[in-house]
Write a protein that binds this ligand. Structure first.
Ligand SMILES: [Cu+2]
Length: 646
């Protein structure tokens, strides 16, 4: 979107819908939207206000600078909203975290508060300080030397989020844990781990504590690293290959955050914490644009590793809340990360000083072939689908987030996992000695078993924000007896989940359990309430024990599905500040009140899991592994909506 367009709106502080792209029949669409991320000019205003008020600069740095979203009620009603910036500022000297809201039109600080005991995400300043403290530590140098590494100029240290294990009070300590590696020659920094050297750094007190495992053996050598990059002999066929995905940008219109493709209308944004966010998603049925999703985002994620030993037990990265998914957004390479024919959308993110930086090609939007749409008796047609894609690099891992919208009303989400697995060194020649906790993947390297959990916040507004409800659908075999004489009978049953506690639900393969968000005030031609159904894909149960620190901190793992009544300030499943958090926050805390959800503006939360048992084929860089879920219309239409479409 142009700065000029934003300026016009800021100047008049008017209803956001006054600026329209033009009308096409019944459709008039605003260029901008109240949930749009801050642009560079707005970030500049926020920074100037914070610095002028003495709230930024010196030992204070920006941890987060993002739009302060206006109340949803105002957005839905189309009422005028204020553009505001939300900043999280960390004062390293005082070890204090503060939140500030800046009124951008008035250029003034609207509010500010300290958040006692809150630790903001790990950032490059923390990493740099941890690096220098570790390198100055005699205990660390001794530990590294014990593993046969003398030349410290070849050694890299990698910071990890600290976790929380009953000590390291976030009110008094800011802790980073550090891994040690021999510097890699290839693009996999995990290839030459110095095993068992765990370092705990308290940045507040500048204290370094080294946990060195008893066994010491040298890290893998350069030849071992190179061996993993040796290609197979070339294939024997000369047939030309097809690359790039054959995408078309021509069918897609992108104006600022607004994406229009066939019947779909949606907004896309790159946000510093959540990464790729979709909002104002609606389906144009020819008469009007019908609301489906108000906002869909990654709420939090966690990656628990199974090895309980030194250097590993703490690894439970909350990659969104402890680092920032959008902070790690990659510039997509046309023809590699996304098809060359895609439309690319830039993002603007602030650095530690609050200075905006343009991040090119943060989001790719394109149409691609969608396979077969439907067919029967010589009729049928091919499907097309719209893809919205972003790629985020979080240290060793890379996560792709792909939303696909189809002409039949389906919204599919896939998360793509690639990059370098976290690995430990093992004595050379180990083939399977570590296979209970880790699996050898190349000479001298074993990758540790771990899980990835992604918690999505799905604010479905099916034909409007309210009243929505959540029904659970289960299918059960009929009892044997006269009503089921041949034993093959089964039937589907629906029940409404009335309150938050009732809506904490596990997956259940045996009953094909599904959840549907319904709007009883909107009916299809058959008289049924219109709805969208959450269809889980492959998933995983957490192996960390109930009551363990990671389970307390990632309380959202206690159920695959949660439902809450909408609240503007309930956005992150593990709470606003998971770094060093002792837990109990987020979904676990909010839903303890057991608020009613039937008839409210329902938010559905879904956590999908991947159990990653490493294999040699995942080394040196993992082929993309994927997991996902679908939102599919149920009674939202009267029939297959693609009949008659061309
Ligand atoms: Cu993994």
């Amino acid at each position: 979107m142009s700065a000029r367009a934003r300026g016009v709106r800021l100047a008049c502080a008017a209803a956001w819908s006054v600026l329209v792209l033009g009308c096409r029949g019944h459709e008039s669409v605003a260029v901008t939207h109240p949930l749009d991320p801050l642009d560079a000019r707005e970030m500049d205003v926020a920074r100037v206000v914070l610095v002028a008020g003495g709230r930024l600069g010196g030992s204070r740095r920006v941890s987060l600078l993002d739009v302060h979203e206006p109340p949803k009620a105002d957005v839905i009603a189309g009422r005028p909203t204020r553009r505001e910036a939300f900043a999280v500022v960390y004062d390293a000297r005082r070890n204090e975290t503060a939140e500030a809201v800046v009124d951008l039109a008035a250029r003034r600080l609207a509010s500010r508060r300290l958040v006692p005991g809150a630790q903001p995400p790990l950032d490059p300043s923390d990493a740099a300080l941890a690096d220098s403290l570790v390198r100055a530590s005699a205990a660390w140098r001794t530990a590294v030397a014990r593993h046969g590494v003398r030349d410290l100029s070849t050694v890299e240290v990698a910071p990890w989020s600290a976790g929380y294990f009953g000590s390291d009070d976030p009110a008094t300590a800011r802790v980073v844990r550090v891994d040690t590696y021999v510097r890699a020659r290839r693009p996999n920094d995990m290839a030459r781990p110095i095993d068992g050297v765990g370092v705990v750094v308290d940045l507040t007190r500048r204290v370094v504590h080294v946990e060195d495992a008893a066994a010491a053996y040298p890290p893998p050598d350069a030849a071992s690293e190179d061996a993993a990059w040796r290609p197979l002999p070339p294939p024997t066929t000369d047939a030309p290959s097809v690359t790039g995905g054959g995408a078309s940008a021509a069918a897609v219109r992108v104006d600022g955050s607004l994406v229009r493709w066939r019947r779909w209308r949606l907004r896309v944004a790159m946000r510093p914490r959540e990464g790729l966010v979709l909002y104002a998603v609606g389906f144009d049925d020819g008469a009007r644009v019908r609301s489906v999703l108000h906002r869909a985002s990654l709420s939090e994620m966690v990656v628990p590793y199974g090895d309980p030993g030194p250097g590993w037990y703490f690894r439970n990265s909350f990659d969104a809340g402890e680092i920032g998914m959008g902070v790690g957004v990659a510039a997509l390479r046309p023809g590699v990360d996304a098809p060359a024919g895609a439309t690319f959308v830039d993002a603007v993110l602030a650095d530690r000083r609050g200075v905006p930086h343009r991040r090119p090609r943060a989001i790719a939007v394109y149409e691609r072939d969608g396979g077969l749409a439907w067919t029967h008796a010589g009729t049928g047609r091919r499907a097309r689908e719209l893809v919205v894609f972003a790629l985020c690099n979080l240290g060793n891992y890379d996560y792709g987030f792909e939303w696909t919208l189809r002409e039949d009303g389906t919204i599919a989400h896939r998360v793509l996992l690639t990059g370098a697995m976290a690995a430990r060194g093992v004595p050379n020649g180990t083939a399977d000695a570590h296979d209970s906790l880790a699996h050898p993947v190349t000479g001298g390297v074993a990758a540790v078993h771990h899980q990835h959990f992604f918690s999505y916040r799905l604010d479905l507004d099916v034909d409007g924000a309210t009243p929505n409800r959540v029904d659970e659908i289960e299918t059960h075999a009929l009892d044997a007896g006269p009503a089921n004489p041949y034993g093959g009978g089964f039937a589907a049953h629906a029940r409404t989940l009335a309150t938050e506690r009732a809506a904490r639900r596990p997956l259940d393969l045996a009953s094909a359990r599904r959840w549907i968000v319904l709007n009883p005030a909107a009916r299809n031609a058959l008289g049924q309430p219109t709805g969208y159904l959450l269809e889980p894909g492959a998933s995983a149960e957490p192996f960390a024990r109930p009551g363990s620190w990671v389970r307390r901190r990632a309380g959202f793992l206690d159920a695959a599905v949660w439902a809450t009544p909408f609240r503007d300030d309930e956005r992150y499943a593990a709470g606003d500040y998971p770094y060093q958090s002792p837990g109990g926050d987020g979904l676990a805390r909010w839903t303890a009140a057991d608020r009613p959800i039937d008839g409210t503006d329902v938010v559905l939360w879904y956590t999908l899991g991947v159990t990653h048992n490493p294999r040699p084929e995942d080394w040196p860089i993992m082929p993309v592994q994927e997991a996902g879920f679908r939102l599919i219309p149920v009674g939202f239409f009267d029939r297959n909506p693609t009949i008659g479409d061309r």
